[in-house]
Design a protein around this ligand. Structure first.
Ligand SMILES: NC(=O)c1ccc[n+]([C@@H]2O[C@H](COP(=O)([O-])OP(=O)(O)OC[C@H]3O[C@@H](n4cnc5c(N)ncnc54)[C@H](O)[C@@H]3O)[C@@H](O)[C@H]2O)c1
Length: 249
């Protein structure tokens, strides 16, 4: 039976590459995006487009429901929709919009994916989620939050991982593209990220963070090992591992 895959932000760039890659493997693919261009990508791969604003919980729930209705179930969810452009002024409207799409979109997407029975979730964070990004601190903060969430959240029976791309040649970097090339930065093809997403899903591990850079194999990001659960005298501020993630079901 064909796998069913839902990709947020699948109308463009990395998400479209992931959609095409999984469709090429025989999967049924649902593209969930605010951009109606997702209709064309879906038509090209024989998939389904669902207009979705990931910053709205109801839209996330409607997208997974549409996937189940069309294809009977949902196996893999790639939470990839994201925006940048927060600037350095800490503009509050931009801050709230970036957090709404990048972080709320991830939290809402995970809730909807788990409720729908998906068994593998991959989130697109960024290298700006594991290293500083002076050009876009709010974007960097949103991606750090995703990395922390993915490393921390245990969901029984579901793998949850993140890919952290470097610079990828997609519309999101259009304004910076010439500058990056002039400064010798390598831009990866979006399919390099798609290949990493597929590898991470097939790996079957969870709570991992994978760096994806142009022309290099995906690399597991290593962090200092500090286990908070051992340091705490009392765990009553946190869920215990026995109950972790169960409330999502
Ligand atoms: N391109 C890069 O260099 C790069 C590097 C690191 C991380 N990323 C991340 O990769 C992801 C995909 O970006 P991309 O590079 O393919 O750029 P992109 O602009 O081509 O694609 C982003 C997609 O997300 C969609 N989107 C935006 N807001 C949305 C919302 N509220 N609801 C649903 N869909 C929404 C857009 O319509 C678009 O189709 C993003 O999370 C981005 O932060 C990109």
């Amino acid at each position: 039976m064909a796998e069913v895959v839902l990709v947020t932000g699948g109308a463009s760039g990395i998400g479209a590459a992931v959609a095409r890659r999984f469709a090429g493997r025989g999967a049924q693919v649902v593209i969930a995006d605010v951009n109606p261009a997702g209709e064309q990508v879906a038509a090209e791969i024989g998939g389904l487009f669902v207009r979705t604003d990931v910053a709205r919980l109801a839209d996330n729930e409607a997208a997974v429901a549409a996937a189940r209705k069309a294809f009977g179930r949902l196996d893999i969810v790639h939470l990839n929709a994201g925006i940048g452009g927060g600037g350095t002024e800490l503009d509050l409207d931009l801050y709230r919009r970036i957090m709404a799409v990048n972080l709320d979109g991830t939290i809402f997407g995970i809730r909807a994916a788990v409720a729908s029975g998906a068994r593998a979730i991959v989130v697109t964070a960024s290298l700006a989620g594991v290293s500083p990004s002076q050009f876009d601190p709010v974007y960097s903060a949103s991606k750090h939050a995703i990395v922390g969430l993915v490393r921390s959240l245990e969901i029984p029976g579901v793998t949850l991982n993140t890919v952290c791309p470097g610079f990828i040649d997609t519309p999101i970097i259009a304004e910076a593209r010439d500058f990056l090339l002039e400064h010798g930065m390598a831009l990866a093809d979006p399919d390099e990220v798609a290949a990493a997403v597929e590898q991470v899903v097939r790996g079957g591990e969870t709570n991992q963070v994978w760096e994806v850079q142009a022309g290099r194999p995906p690399t597991l990001v290593q962090f200092p090992t500090i286990d908070l659960s051992r340091a705490e005298p009392s765990r009553n501020l946190h869920t215990t591992s026995a109950t972790a993630g169960e409330g999502l079901r």
